[in-house]
Design a protein around this ligand. Structure first.
Ligand code: ATP
Ligand code: LTN
Length: 331
C-alpha cells in the first residue's frame, strides 16, 4: 500500500478570501488531502504582523475557517484549526529563529513587499514571519505543502532550516515538498495585472471575493484591465487577457488552448462576460456552503476545538523531540 502523505497548509485571516487564494491554494486542499491526512490552519498569528481591528480579526478568522470547510475539506478525516490555539507553533518558531540567519530573512520578497506597504510598521514579526511558517510545517512531519507560487521562497527557506537543523542534531525534521498547481499558481490583480491578486489590496476592484454575488463578480470582470488590441491570446505581453484565460480555464476545466480557440474572433466584451459568468457559477456551490457554515457557528467551534486538541497532541510530540535534542531539561 502507498504511504499516506501528511499535508499541511495555512491561510491568513487578513481579508476576505479571494479567487486567487481559491485557485492557487484552497481549491486544491481537499484534492491533495485525498493522498493522506490534511492539516489546515487559519494562521492568525501570521496575520498580526500587520495591524488589525480585533473584532475584524475575530470575524475574519471564523469566516476563513468556514471557507476551508466550504471548499470540501472533510473535518472528520482532516484537521482544521486556528493557529493560536496550538502553542507549539509559537514555541517551535522561537527555536527555529535561532537557526535562521538575518540575511536569509532579509532576502524574502514578501518581507520586502510588506515593508513597503506598511512602512510605518516594519515590526520584528514581519521579519521573522517565515520561521513561524517553517514551524507550522515542520511540527507535523509534513510531506506536501499545497500553496500558490508566491510561497515558494518561504517553503525553500523552511526546507533549508530543516536541513540545517538535521545537519546538527540528526534526522529530526522531515523535509517537505511544495505542491504548486500547474495552472493558476499566481492569479493576477484585475486592476493591475502585473501584480498578484491579494486579499489585503486596498482596491476592491482588484480582487474577487469568493463569497461575492454574481452581479458584482460580472461587473468586476467587465472592468478588468486589459490591453486594447481586442485579440484573445495567451502571451507575456498580454498579462490582463492571459490572466482571464487562466481563470476561465481553471473554472471551466478546459485547457488554455481550448479557451483561446473557443473565443477565437470574439471581442473582449463578450470574453470578459463569459469569464465573469464562469467564475460566478463555479463559485456558487462554495458560496452556499459557506453561508451554511457561517450560520452554524456552534459547528465551526466544535471543529476548531476538536482539531486544535488533536493538533496540540501531534505537535507536542515534535516539539518535545526538538527540545530534547537541543538540550532543554524535561519538566
Ligand atoms: P495578503 O494579501 O494578506 O498578503 P494573500 O491574499 O496573499 O494575503 P495568503 O493568506 O498569504 O493570501 O495566502 C494563502 C494562500 O493563497 C497561499 O498558499 C498563497 O500562495 C495563495 N495565494 C495568495 N494569493 C494568490 C494568487 N494571487 N494566486 C494564487 N495563489 C495565491
Ligand atoms: N505564509 C503563507 C501562509 C502560511 C502557510 C503556512 C502556508 C502560514 N503558514 C504553512 C503553507 C504552510 C502566506 O502568506 N500565504
Amino acid at each position: 500500500m502507498e504511504e499516506q502523505k501528511i499535508i499541511f497548509s495555512g491561510i491568513q485571516p487578513s481579508g476576505t478570501i479571494t479567487l486567487g487564494n481559491y485557485i492557487g491554494a484552497v481549491r486544491n486542499w481537499p484534492l491533495v488531502s485525498e493522498l493522506g491526512f490534511g492539516i489546515f490552519s487559519v494562521v492568525d498569528m501570521h496575520a498580526i504582523t500587520v495591524r488589525n481591528t480585533p473584532a475584524d480579526l475575530r470575524a475574519r478568522t471564523l469566516s476563513t475557517l468556514a471557507v476551508i470547510l466550504a471548499s470540501g475539506v472533510d473535518p472528520e478525516k482532516n484537521l482544521v484549526f486556528i493557529q493560536s490555539h496550538v502553542p507549539a507553533h509559537a514555541e517551535l518558531a522561537w527555536i527555529l529563529n535561532c537557526y535562521t540567519m538575518f540575511g536569509e530573512l532579509g532576502r524574502m520578497t514578501q518581507f520586502k513587499d510588506k515593508s513597503k506597504q506598511h512602512a510605518d510598521n516594519i515590526n520584528a514579526g514581519l521579519f521573522t514571519y517565515p520561521t513561524l511558517m517553517a514551524a507550522d510545517i515542520l511540527l507535523y512531519n509534513t510531506d506536501l505543502v499545497p500553496v500558490g507560487v508566491d510561497q515558494k521562497q518561504h517553503l525553500e527557506l523552511a526546507r533549508n532550516i530543516a536541513i540545517r537543523f538535521n545537519g546538527i542534531y540528526g534526522d529530526v525534521f522531515k523535509i517537505p515538498e511544495g505542491h504548486i498547481p500547474q495552472l493558476g499558481a499566481k492569479i493576477m490583480s484585475l486592476s493591475s495585472p502585473d501584480k498578484k491578486m491579494s486579499k489585503s489590496d486596498p482596491n476592491p476592484k482588484s480582487y474577487i471575493s469568493i463569497t461575492e454575488g454574481k452581479d458584482s463578480i460580472i461587473k468586476k470582470f467587465k472592468s478588468a484591465v486589459t490591453d486594447s488590441d481586442n485579440k484573445i491570446e495567451f502571451s507575456d505581453t498580454k498579462p490582463g487577457i492571459s490572466n482571464l484565460l487562466t481563470i476561465y480555464s481553471v473554472m471551466t476545466g478546459c485547457t488554455v488552448q481550448e479557451a483561446v480557440s473557443r473565443f477565437d474572433g470574439r471581442g473582449y466584451g463578450e470574453f470578459k462576460l463569459a469569464v465573469g459568468e464562469a467564475v460566478a457559477d463555479g463559485l456558487e456551490p462554495l458560496r452556499q456552503k459557506y453561508e451554511y457554515f457561517m450560520q452554524n457557528k456552534d459547528y465551526l467551534e466544535k471543529i476548531y476545538t476538536e482539531s486544535a486538541d488533536k493538533a496540540c497532541r501531534l505537535s507536542y510530540r515534535m516539539l518535545s523531540k526538538v527540545q530534547k535534542k537541543i538540550g532543554f531539561i524535561k519538566k
